[in-house]
Design a protein around this ligand. Structure first.
Ligand SMILES: Nc1ncnc2c1ncn2[C@@H]1O[C@H](COP(=O)(O)OP(=O)(O)OP(=O)(O)O)[C@@H](O)[C@H]1O
Ligand SMILES: [Mg+2]
Length: 138
Protein backbone atom coordinates (compact mmCIF):
# COMPACT_ATOMS: atom_id res chain seq x y z
CA UNK A 1 0.00 0.00 0.00
CA UNK A 2 1.31 3.46 -0.89
CA UNK A 3 0.97 5.71 2.17
CA UNK A 4 2.48 8.89 0.70
CA UNK A 5 0.91 11.16 -1.83
CA UNK A 6 2.39 14.22 -3.50
CA UNK A 7 5.61 12.36 -4.37
CA UNK A 8 7.57 12.84 -7.61
CA UNK A 9 10.06 10.58 -9.37
CA UNK A 10 13.28 12.49 -10.04
CA UNK A 11 15.10 11.20 -13.10
CA UNK A 12 18.90 10.97 -12.89
CA UNK A 13 21.04 12.69 -15.53
CA UNK A 14 22.98 9.44 -15.82
CA UNK A 15 21.20 6.49 -17.40
CA UNK A 16 21.58 2.84 -16.52
CA UNK A 17 23.00 2.26 -20.00
CA UNK A 18 25.64 4.95 -19.41
CA UNK A 19 26.59 3.40 -16.08
CA UNK A 20 26.88 -0.01 -17.76
CA UNK A 21 29.04 1.49 -20.50
CA UNK A 22 31.31 3.07 -17.88
CA UNK A 23 31.63 -0.31 -16.12
CA UNK A 24 32.09 -2.22 -19.39
CA UNK A 25 29.47 -4.76 -18.37
CA UNK A 26 25.74 -5.26 -18.08
CA UNK A 27 23.96 -5.21 -14.75
CA UNK A 28 21.53 -7.95 -13.80
CA UNK A 29 20.14 -9.82 -10.81
CA UNK A 30 21.26 -13.41 -10.25
CA UNK A 31 18.49 -14.60 -7.93
CA UNK A 32 19.53 -17.76 -6.08
CA UNK A 33 16.60 -19.74 -4.69
CA UNK A 34 16.57 -23.10 -2.95
CA UNK A 35 16.15 -24.86 0.38
CA UNK A 36 18.03 -23.81 3.51
CA UNK A 37 21.49 -25.36 3.35
CA UNK A 38 21.38 -25.93 -0.41
CA UNK A 39 24.42 -23.70 -0.93
CA UNK A 40 22.91 -20.41 -2.15
CA UNK A 41 25.17 -18.18 -0.04
CA UNK A 42 28.27 -20.25 -0.74
CA UNK A 43 27.74 -20.20 -4.51
CA UNK A 44 26.67 -16.55 -4.61
CA UNK A 45 29.79 -15.48 -2.69
CA UNK A 46 32.02 -17.58 -4.97
CA UNK A 47 30.44 -16.03 -8.07
CA UNK A 48 30.74 -12.53 -6.55
CA UNK A 49 34.46 -13.09 -5.96
CA UNK A 50 35.03 -14.58 -9.42
CA UNK A 51 33.27 -11.60 -11.04
CA UNK A 52 35.14 -9.09 -8.88
CA UNK A 53 38.44 -10.71 -9.86
CA UNK A 54 37.43 -10.12 -13.52
CA UNK A 55 36.78 -6.44 -12.69
CA UNK A 56 33.03 -6.86 -12.77
CA UNK A 57 31.17 -4.87 -10.11
CA UNK A 58 29.18 -7.39 -8.10
CA UNK A 59 27.46 -7.54 -4.72
CA UNK A 60 25.64 -10.20 -2.70
CA UNK A 61 22.45 -9.40 -0.83
CA UNK A 62 22.21 -12.24 1.66
CA UNK A 63 19.35 -13.50 3.82
CA UNK A 64 20.24 -12.89 7.44
CA UNK A 65 22.36 -9.81 6.66
CA UNK A 66 19.30 -7.98 5.38
CA UNK A 67 17.38 -8.86 8.52
CA UNK A 68 20.03 -7.13 10.68
CA UNK A 69 19.25 -3.79 9.08
CA UNK A 70 16.80 -2.94 6.34
CA UNK A 71 14.38 -5.72 7.28
CA UNK A 72 14.89 -5.87 11.04
CA UNK A 73 11.22 -5.12 11.67
CA UNK A 74 10.19 -8.27 9.77
CA UNK A 75 9.63 -11.76 11.16
CA UNK A 76 8.81 -15.06 9.51
CA UNK A 77 5.05 -14.88 9.07
CA UNK A 78 3.83 -15.39 5.51
CA UNK A 79 3.12 -11.65 5.26
CA UNK A 80 6.57 -10.67 6.55
CA UNK A 81 8.33 -13.17 4.27
CA UNK A 82 6.54 -11.63 1.31
CA UNK A 83 7.50 -8.11 2.42
CA UNK A 84 11.10 -9.30 2.98
CA UNK A 85 11.35 -10.46 -0.64
CA UNK A 86 9.57 -7.36 -1.95
CA UNK A 87 12.13 -5.07 -0.26
CA UNK A 88 15.06 -7.18 -1.48
CA UNK A 89 13.62 -6.94 -4.98
CA UNK A 90 13.45 -3.16 -4.73
CA UNK A 91 17.02 -2.94 -3.44
CA UNK A 92 18.21 -5.31 -6.18
CA UNK A 93 16.52 -3.09 -8.75
CA UNK A 94 18.40 -0.04 -7.42
CA UNK A 95 21.68 -1.98 -7.59
CA UNK A 96 20.95 -2.95 -11.20
CA UNK A 97 20.20 0.70 -11.97
CA UNK A 98 23.57 1.55 -10.41
CA UNK A 99 25.25 -0.85 -12.85
CA UNK A 100 26.09 -3.68 -10.47
CA UNK A 101 25.73 -7.44 -10.99
CA UNK A 102 23.55 -8.20 -8.00
CA UNK A 103 23.40 -11.65 -6.44
CA UNK A 104 20.70 -12.53 -3.93
CA UNK A 105 20.65 -15.55 -1.65
CA UNK A 106 17.20 -16.05 -0.13
CA UNK A 107 15.20 -19.26 0.18
CA UNK A 108 12.37 -17.35 -1.54
CA UNK A 109 10.21 -20.47 -1.89
CA UNK A 110 7.18 -18.80 -3.45
CA UNK A 111 7.17 -18.44 -7.22
CA UNK A 112 4.62 -15.60 -6.95
CA UNK A 113 7.05 -13.51 -4.85
CA UNK A 114 9.95 -14.18 -7.23
CA UNK A 115 7.77 -13.38 -10.23
CA UNK A 116 6.84 -10.01 -8.70
CA UNK A 117 10.55 -9.16 -8.45
CA UNK A 118 11.08 -10.35 -12.04
CA UNK A 119 8.15 -8.22 -13.25
CA UNK A 120 9.67 -5.15 -11.58
CA UNK A 121 12.82 -5.46 -13.72
CA UNK A 122 13.40 -5.34 -17.45
CA UNK A 123 13.32 -8.52 -19.52
CA UNK A 124 16.65 -10.41 -19.17
CA UNK A 125 17.62 -8.49 -16.02
CA UNK A 126 16.35 -11.19 -13.67
CA UNK A 127 18.15 -14.52 -13.86
CA UNK A 128 16.74 -17.13 -11.52
CA UNK A 129 19.12 -19.80 -10.25
CA UNK A 130 17.53 -22.77 -8.49
CA UNK A 131 20.10 -24.47 -6.29
CA UNK A 132 18.66 -27.94 -6.64
CA UNK A 133 20.51 -29.85 -3.92
CA UNK A 134 19.15 -33.36 -3.18
CA UNK A 135 17.65 -33.81 0.31
CA UNK A 136 20.20 -36.46 1.32
CA UNK A 137 23.02 -34.00 0.52
CA UNK A 138 21.28 -31.28 2.56
N1 LIG B 1 29.10 -27.26 -3.27
C1 LIG B 1 29.17 -27.57 -1.98
N2 LIG B 1 29.74 -28.72 -1.58
C2 LIG B 1 29.79 -29.05 -0.29
N3 LIG B 1 29.31 -28.28 0.72
C3 LIG B 1 28.74 -27.13 0.38
C4 LIG B 1 28.63 -26.71 -0.99
N4 LIG B 1 27.99 -25.51 -1.02
C5 LIG B 1 27.71 -25.22 0.26
N5 LIG B 1 28.16 -26.18 1.09
C6 LIG B 1 28.02 -26.18 2.56
O1 LIG B 1 26.64 -26.36 2.85
C7 LIG B 1 26.27 -25.56 3.97
C8 LIG B 1 25.11 -24.68 3.58
O2 LIG B 1 25.53 -23.78 2.55
P1 LIG B 1 24.98 -22.30 2.48
O3 LIG B 1 25.10 -21.63 3.80
O4 LIG B 1 25.63 -21.66 1.32
O5 LIG B 1 23.45 -22.61 2.18
P2 LIG B 1 22.24 -21.60 1.96
O6 LIG B 1 21.46 -22.13 0.82
O7 LIG B 1 22.73 -20.20 1.87
O8 LIG B 1 21.39 -21.79 3.29
P3 LIG B 1 20.42 -20.75 4.05
O9 LIG B 1 19.17 -20.62 3.22
O10 LIG B 1 20.12 -21.43 5.38
O11 LIG B 1 21.15 -19.45 4.21
C9 LIG B 1 27.51 -24.79 4.39
O12 LIG B 1 28.11 -25.46 5.48
C10 LIG B 1 28.40 -24.85 3.16
O13 LIG B 1 29.75 -24.79 3.52
MG1 LIG C 1 22.44 -18.50 3.04
Amino acid sequence: MVKSDNITWHQSQVSKAERQALNHHKSVVLWFTGLSGSGKSTIAKAVEKALFDQQVGSYVLDGDNMRFGLNKNLGFSAEDREENIRRIGEVAKLFVDAGVITLTAFISPYRADRDKVRANLEVDEFIEVFVDTPLEVL
